[in-house]
Design a protein around this ligand. Structure first.
Ligand code: NAP
Length: 546
């Protein structure tokens, strides 16, 4: 590792905002370039998503073996995952192991939320201010703030009137919660709820699930990692990693060019059944036209609907839990991966209320009224989701050239070149920003690809004594159009999903992630770099834009 440059007071070469998987690797990588780095993090520890989302049942929905970092062979060899889909506590243990192994904590400052980031008028970099009343400055600022890190505002009338505790999946008490003997209500049936409902149901006297829109969920088939599986990974890890990187989702999903609509119903059924039994994300990657064709999607949707009806014994409950293609095409809302979700509704102590039939009127002192009925409970759980992809950055006061605010620029939808940099905001990078594959991939692969690209870019800039790098307006425009065009060739825009910003009242409906696939995207990023950072404006000290 190169010698670290000395720093003066609160000035650094780079400020990284966020100490999740992205911030951790970014710090490690930049240290390797000999740069002084400060990581600022709101939580009391590292881990990002896995620090905050401690609700019972929280697990990764990508196979653990594929989810760990791939950048360090020794780390890969020495870490042993215990289950196919690791739990949040295990993921946090992994985070702490990585932090210790690479001695990351000494450059991280916790309990420090960045509130403002302003591009300096002299064009030399960024000044950030925190809720601890501290000021930090740096040439480069890197937002490693995650895609699902700011909860959406709770837009439910009367929530403050509820007398019992209100728990939020996205900010769960560190000491845990004991629901034994309690009547519990939960609002939401997205991935977080689908993971936590089976666990809360095991404790609660009664659990009432308030569902507005049903989701498609696929069993994880979680299990301990067997000695055979471990040995296979140990022997073939590089091959498996390469295979993941070659697939659209940057995960091993057995994606292929076969078309559902050109496959006989019998063969299709066999294939869906095989993937359903395997568990995890593979079912939705069974056929190439599942992304683009409504009729193809219907074949997968019908298959899952049948599985729900076979699992849930009460037909009325099964009906409420089953999405129909007129609500949204399967996959247009993020597919959930569960452990015993549908089975939980066969328990005597669990009931479901369809808010489609009777919406929430208001939360009361002792429960909740729908327009039809009153429900009482002792504790309320909110699993209501996030202001995804842009929420965290828009809430931070980020000001670029001439004081222009990022949130104003993004008022009609996020705009970023390759999801990495924004025109008008020189020397500011975003890890897995809008317009990159990010949430449409195994996030770790997307994070590693971005971190490495950003580190190479900063290295390039430093070697040539360039003072600023900034996305060019024209390149940004072209990329944003390309992202929209690729999305419009699919049926993903038909859902009121968080991909579209449609879960947040008032947010502009724009499809935010890039769904052209991880390999094509990574190739484009490499090409841009190889062509001297094509589409970026690089300026020397004398011409720095103020
Ligand atoms: P989400 O998918 O956005 O789900 C939020 C749920 O709350 C939806 O069912 C939504 O209903 C409901 N809701 C929101 N506001 C409501 C209101 N005012 N009244 C009634 N219902 C309301 O959020 P999430 O479950 O936290 O998951 C977000 C994403 O995080 C996932 O898609 C996934 O990418 C990630 N995640 C991953 C994992 C994992 O890896 N294992 C686990 C959890 C989350 P509508 O659908 O009708 O809006």
């Amino acid at each position: 590792m190169a010698e670290q440059a000395p720093k003066t007071d609160n000035h650094y070469d780079v400020i990284v905002v966020g100490a999740g998987f992205a911030g951790m690797y970014m710090l490690h990588k930049l240290r390797g370039l000999g740069m002084s780095v400060k990581v600022l993090e709101a939580g009391t520890g590292a881990g990002g998503t896995w620090y905050w989302n401690r609700y019972p049942g929280a697990r990764v929905d990508i196979e653990s073996m594929e989810y760990g970092y791939s950048f360090d062979k020794e780390l890969e060899r020495e870490w042993r995952w215990s289950e196919r889909f690791a739990t949040q506590p295990e993921l946090l243990r992994y985070v702490n192991h990585v932090a210790e192994k690479f001695d990351l904590l000494r450059d991280m400052q916790f309990e420090t939320r960045v509130e403002t980031a302003v591009y300096d008028e002299d064009g030399q970099g960024w000044t950030v201010q925190t809720d601890t009343d501290e000021e930090f400055s740096a040439r480069f600022c890197i937002m490693a703030t995650g895609c699902l890190s700011t909860p959406k505002n709770i837009d439910i009338l009367g929530i403050e009137d509820f007398k019992g505790p209100v728990y939020k999946t996205f900010d769960w008490p560190r000491e845990g919660v004991d629901f034994h003997g309690q009547k519990v209500g939960i609002i939401g049936t997205g991935s977080s709820a689908i993971q936590t409902i089976p666990e809360i149901a095991k404790q609660a006297a009664h659990l009432t699930v308030f569902q507005r829109t049903p989701n498609y969920s696929i069993p994880a088939r979680n299990a301990p990692i067997s000695a055979e599986m471990q040995a296979d990974w140990d022997a073939n890890r590089d091959t498996y990693r390469a295979q993941a990187r070659s697939e659209g989702f940057a995960a091993i999903t057995e994606s292929n060019e076969n078309l559902a609509l050109e496959t006989s119903p019998e063969d299709r059924e066999r294939e869906y059944e095989r993937r359903w039994k395997f568990g995890g994300l593979r079912l939705v990657a069974a056929y190439a036209d599942l992304l683009t064709d409504e009729d193809a999607k219907k074949t997968a949707a019908d298959f899952v609907a049948r599985k729900i009806r076979e699992t849930v014994t009460d037909p009325k409950t099964a009906g409420i839990l089953t999405p129909t293609p007129d609500m949204y095409p399967i996959g247009a809302k993020r597919i959930c991966i569960d452990t015993g979700y549908y089975e939980t509704f066969n328990r005597d102590n669990v009931s479901i209320v369809s808010l489609r039939d009777a919406p929430i009127d208001k939360v009361t002192e002792n429960g909740l009224n729908t327009t039809n009925e009153e429900y009482g409970f002792d504790a309320l759980v909110l699993a209501t989701g996030f202001d995804a992809m842009t929420g965290t950055l828009n809430r931070m006061n980020i000001c670029g050239v001439n004081g222009a605010k990022l949130k104003d620029k993004w008022a009609d939808g996020a705009r970023a070149y390759l999801g990495l940099m924004v025109a008008g905001f020189p020397n500011l990078f975003v890890v897995t920003g809008p317009g990159s594959p990010s949430v449409f991939t195994n996030m770790i692969m997307a994070i590693e690809q971005h971190v490495e690209w950003i580190a190479d870019c900063i290295s390039h800039v430093n070697e040539r004594q360039i003072s600023t790098i900034e996305a060019a307006e024209a390149a940004e425009e072209e990329w944003v159009s390309h992202v929209a065009e690729v999305a419009s060739a699919t049926v993903l825009q038909r859902a009121d999903s968080w991909y579209m910003g449609a879960n947040v009242p008032g947010k502009t409906r724009v499809f935010m992630p890039y769904i052209g696939g991880f390999p094509a995207y990574a190739e484009k990023c490499n090409e841009v770099a190889a062509n001297g950072y094509e589409g970026f404006e690089l300026r020397g000290a004398a011409e720095a834009r103020a």
